[in-house]
Design a protein around this ligand. Structure first.
Ligand code: KG4
Ligand code: ZN
Length: 334
């Protein structure tokens, strides 16, 4: 059978990315232009600034992805682009670039869900085995998803307030750590010789939902009280205490879901799955459970276009196509 080459394009938040993937499993090229430096001084992603960077970068990353692959548009079979969720202005730039490129080169276009992309980052590492449980933890999402086959996603739990990554970034801000604080908190927790005891937010006994805003408030109150008492806090102990709470709850709910749904494989995805503490906890726990657990290498955990091409390749194979009315869907559901 003929090999299928898909160009993926991602621009939903603060990375402009393009990648070429072969048969949905092999990365031929992978280009990511990060804007983190431009958003740092504002303490978070500024949508207008993100859009402006995407406009500047999008054709450059597409050209770079073709060049790195040593390919031209004629070698491609289709173009897959993030349709949502994300910042609408940011999404539209990737989508319009994808449309222009696809139309000019006579290629089909397919809109891809960003979270499906994060999940399919795993398909670039090893075959997916169903039923599968995915823990998706990023700056915008905290979700437990059951997949019974390719393209089928059943949401069994999600955050009721802040996403895990959002909580990391907000706690980092309280500790005066620059955006994005997730990786720094992870490092501080790793180096810490102690931990503040923060609550675990379990919600109802059977719930697979999450809540992180209460934990974030506990951290803020802890610091506030310390300042009022004239005490100096140990930021590493705070980072470790916060991370322990997040990791314990994420791990426990993921294990319970894996048992209840009798899954054959568990995967983690999204920016927070780059977290050392979370990776170690999930690896150890699922080894004990005897359920295969996988998490992508760090550069495929955070936003990239190879994951969009991987998810889109499966859709292409299944005959899914978008038309030229493809539009950005900021609140798109999985
Ligand atoms: O998936 P991603 O790149 O973008 C979204 O789709 O949101 O995730 C970004 C999020 C940020 O909140 C960042 O702080 C968090 O992932 N993150 C981490 C780590 N690396 C990135 N959080 C905790 N520990 C890390 N090592
Ligand atoms: Zn993401």
């Amino acid at each position: 059978e003929k090999d299928v080459y898909i160009l993926g394009i991602e621009s939903s938040c603060d990375e402009t990315a393009a990648s070429i993937v072969k048969n949905g499993t092999t990365i031929i090229s992978n280009i990511v232009a990060s804007q983190i430096e431009s958003h740092k001084r504002f303490g978070g992603v500024v949508p207008e600034i993100a859009s402006r960077h995407h406009v500047e970068q999008v054709t450059l990353v597409i050209e770079a992805a073709l060049e790195q692959a040593n390919m031209t548009a004629e070698d491609l079979d289709g173009v897959c682009v993030t349709e949502g969720p994300g910042l609408v202005g940011a999404l539209l730039i990737g989508i319009n670039a994808a449309k222009a490129f696809a139309f000019a080169n006579g290629l089909p276009i397919i809109g891809v869900h960003h979270i499906a992309g994060h999940i399919y980052a795993n398909a670039l590492m090893q075959p997916m085995v169903f039923p599968l449980l995915a823990l998706v933890v990023s700056g915008g999402h905290t979700e437990l998803v059951i997949m019974k086959e390719h393209g089928s996603f059943e949401l069994i739990g999600e955050t009721r307030d802040d996403a895990a990554g959002e909580a990391y970034d907000k706690v980092a801000r309280v500790l005066n750590i620059p955006y994005p604080g997730g990786p720094r908190i992870d490092q501080m927790a790793h180096n810490s010789d102690g931990a503040v005891d923060f609550p675990r937010i379990w919600l109802e006994k059977d719930s697979y939902d999450f809540s992180f805003s209460g934990l974030k408030s506990s951290v803020i109150n802890y610091q506030h009280n310390a300042i009022q008492r004239g005490e100096v806090i140990n930021p590493e102990h705070v980072a470790k205490g916060f991370q322990d709470s997040v990791v314990e709850v994420l791990t426990a709910k993921t294990v319970r879901a894996a048992q209840q749904y009798k899954v054959k494989q568990v995967i983690a995805a999204g920016g927070v799955s780059a977290n050392k503490g979370l990776r170690a906890s999930l690896e150890k726990t699922f080894e004990k459970e005897g359920i295969p657990f996988y998490v992508p290498p760090l550069h495929l955990c955070t936003d990239n276009a190879a994951m969009i091409a991987a998810a889109g390749s499966k859709m292409y194979e299944a005959g899914v196509r978008s038309d030229w009315s493809l539009n950005g869907r900021p609140g798109m559901e999985l």
